[in-house]
Design a protein around this ligand. Sequence first.
Ligand code: IPM
Ligand code: MG
Length: 359
Amino acid sequence: MTTSTQTLLLLPGDGIGPEVTEEARRVAAHVAPDLQIESAFFGGVSYDRFGTPLTEEVMNSARKADAILMGAVGGPQWDSVPRDKRPEAALLAMRKNLDVYANLRPAFCFPALAGASALKRELVEGLDIMIVRELTSGVYFGQPKTIETLPNGERRGVDTQSYTTGEIRRVAARAFELARGRSRTSKFAGVLSCEKSNVMESGLLWREEVTKLHAEKYGDVKLDHMLADAAAMHLVKAPKDINVLLADNLFGDILSDEASMLTGSIGMLPSAALGDPGTPGLYEPVHGSAPDIAGKNIANPIAAILSLEMAMRWSLGRADIADRIFAAVGKALDGGARTTDLGGAMSTRQMADAILKHL
Ligand code: IPM
Ligand code: MG
């Protein structure tokens, strides 16, 4: 048990964010009553109140927190807001400012949900993939990034994919270290690194640097490379071949949405964004703000609760509590607990209660 008080900052955000984060808060208060839990406005709700989706004050609280648990940001009401004031801009700025470059997105199929996957049961039963997505560089942040008007009057949109050796090596190191703790015998038993080295210079550098780092420090871990498009195919053809999947910011974004469908529902998937040791981690459900079901108390709170589980494990040094939360989610599902996305009729609150019953 830790001695000094730890702080968890909640950023419920928009859409279903507040509903699912509230259930994670109840779980946190139950399993770790000593944890200091704070809450702040973030995303669209912050823009409506303060004219900016991320205030300086909230950014400072985030820097001081031990872990940050975000709900979701965005919604159609902010579609016409200038890009730098959009809810999504707050999320990107938060990631960049905290320098949380390694985004861990597990795709785990709970036994009770093997039948709920879009794929055949035998393809996903026992599935346990960890996607490691680079989160603070690549085409999301590369400069120039602009829409310009050409002399002939046409407009041109420009984004820049760029990676330095340091940016590649630090996220790849995380992937190799994770793979060390997850021994497998499957086809890609260690790290499967994905890029488009056949057409992109940044992809070629990615492959070269990952290969070099592997030879220098991680020779005990199996390393395979695959073009990102082929990896997209492999994820639905034989997902259990894959253990740790490493990808850049954009490919990781796409491949992690794809992987979520293997587990039954995107409402199941948590994520952790980690920087260097000793810096606060940012935790968020992979699902978005789902404005169509917001405020109805039907959203699945499991992704948020499992994001809390990851915060306990990766930032708060409470692996024992994390294990208990994970087991409680499994037991609730075994007992038949299902929100509508999983084909059931439980409300957000009822699903969280079913989990709390096992804590
Ligand atoms: C995600 C989301 C974000 C991203 C959006 C909301 C900016 O899709 O976390 O996967 O593209 O990174
Ligand atoms: Mg995404």
